[in-house]
Every structure is written in C-alpha cells, then in structure tokens.
Design a protein around this ligand. Structure first.
Ligand code: DHB
Ligand code: MG
Length: 241
C-alpha cells in the first residue's frame, strides 16, 4: 500500500477521528449555533420527540447546516421543495419554515417507522398544510404524481446513499432551469476515495460523482467537505441547466 493509500484508510476506517478532534468540531458547532442560529421551540420539540422514541441524533442535519438550507431556499425564492428521505422531518420542518405561506414540500420516506415519526413531528409543528409526507419508494411515489405536476425549485436528497444516482435522475425529471439540488453525506469521512471500501452506499456515492460530472442537464456542481458535530462528511450541490 502506498503512503497515500495507507493514510486514506487510516482516515476513513471509521470511529478513528481522534476523540479530541471530534470534541473540538462539536464545540465550534456549538459556538456557531449559539451566535448564529436562533432558538426554535418547534425544532427543539422535534428533536426531543425523536430522541425520546430512541432514534439517534446523528441522522438529522446539524442546526448550522439547517440554516444553510434555509438561506439557499430564501436566496432562490423557492416555493416548491422535494425531499428524498424524511427521517424525523427535522430538515423538512426547517425547510417549511423558510417557505412563504403558499409554499409546498413533498417529502418521501420508505421506512414505515420513520414515516410515522415524521408525520407526528410535522403535526406537532403545525405544518401539515405545507408538508406532504408520503410513505413509499421514491420512484413509485413520484410516478404517482399527475403529469402536470409543476417543477420543484429546490431538492434535498438525504436518503439511502446507494440510490443517490437514481434520486438525482428522478430529481432532474421534476426540475426546471435553475432548480437547486443539494445532496447530503457525500464524503462519509473520506470513504469515497478509499478504493478498498466497496460498501453499496459508498459505491453509490462514487457513481453519483460520475453522473454529476458532465451531466448534460446540470450547469454547475460542486461538493464541499464539512466537519462538525456530525463528524466528517459533506454536501454536493448542483444547479439544473
Ligand atoms: C448518517 C447521517 C446522515 O445525515 C444520513 O443521512 C445518514 C446516515 C450517519 O451519521 O450515519
Ligand atoms: Mg443526511
């Protein structure tokens, strides 16, 4: 193994981030949140209800990342949002709060337990009028939409990583010129560049990068690595041509 490869394996061999390093990342996220993220009782209730039912907190996006979604939605004046992977609807509720009164979010979750939790959190948040939470496989839910469904302005892909290439293609079918697509968890602590890692999720993410590269329907795209309370990961983002 080359020196370079061995350092990649070391980096990405999971749970290997120095405890101290993770504590510093978390402390900086806490600092950012304390200064720049308003307290939000509805979101606190969502997190509390989710934790009370025994679900792990690392599956939600972080509060400062949620704020980034809010800002992108407002920057683009988005009104119609599509989300793949609702989990507890934390990100869904964040995005709903960024929308004008006539906004709409379609969010799709295939796990029945996650979908049920999401519906509960959305009802508790009083946002059932804006959020359309569907249960099922994304391809089937989207196929069931009527042919004259208007395009979505903003799309957040945050579901099973193995299927990201499929979700990207489904997204492009429901996009217009200028639609923004954000994809969560595309770095996975550098696992994507570890040739020995052949987990389906990681193989799916590498395929996503290949699809994004020179896609005829995408005008701009990039990926940004992130560190913070959720560890080392990152977002990919694309603008539809
Ligand atoms: C994990 C985090 C995520 O944001 C996600 O969508 C899936 C899994 C995780 O920490 O394992
Ligand atoms: Mg995620």
């Amino acid at each position: 193994m080359s020196a370079n490869q061995s350092s990649i394996s070391r980096l990405s061999s999971n749970n290997d981030t120095d405890l101290n390093t993770q504590q510093v990342w978390t402390a900086v996220d806490d600092y950012i949140e304390a200064h720049l993220v308003e307290t939000n009782p509805i979101l606190e209730k969502t997190l509390e209800n989710t934790a009370r039912q025994g679900y792990p907190s690392h599956l939600h996006i972080a509060p400062n990342q949620a704020k980034m979604l809010t800002m992108l939605i407002k920057m683009n004046g988005a009104k119609r949002i599509l989300e793949f992977g609702t989990f507890a609807a934390y990100s869904t509720i964040v995005m709903a709060q960024a929308l004008p009164e006539d906004g709409y979010i379609l969010t799709i979750e295939n796990r029945d337990t996650h979908h049920a939790l999401a519906v509960e959190n959305i009802e508790n948040a009083g946002l059932s009028n804006i959020i359309d939470a569907r249960h099922g496989r994304a391809s089937e839910v989207l196929q069931s939409l009527s042919d004259d469904t208007p395009a979505f302005d903003f799309i957040f892909i945050d579901a099973d990583k193995q299927s990201y290439p499929e979700y990207l293609e489904l997204s492009l079918k429901l996009s217009r010129s200028g639609t923004i697509i954000i994809m969560d968890n595309v770095i996975r602590a550098a696992d994507i560049i570890d040739p020995e890692n052949q987990k389906p999720s990681i193989v799916g993410l590498r395929e996503l990068f290949q699809v994004l590269e020179n896609h005829p329907q995408i005008t701009e795209c990039t990926a940004i690595q992130t560190v913070g309370c959720k560890g080392y990961d990152g977002f990919a983002m694309a603008i539809v041509k």
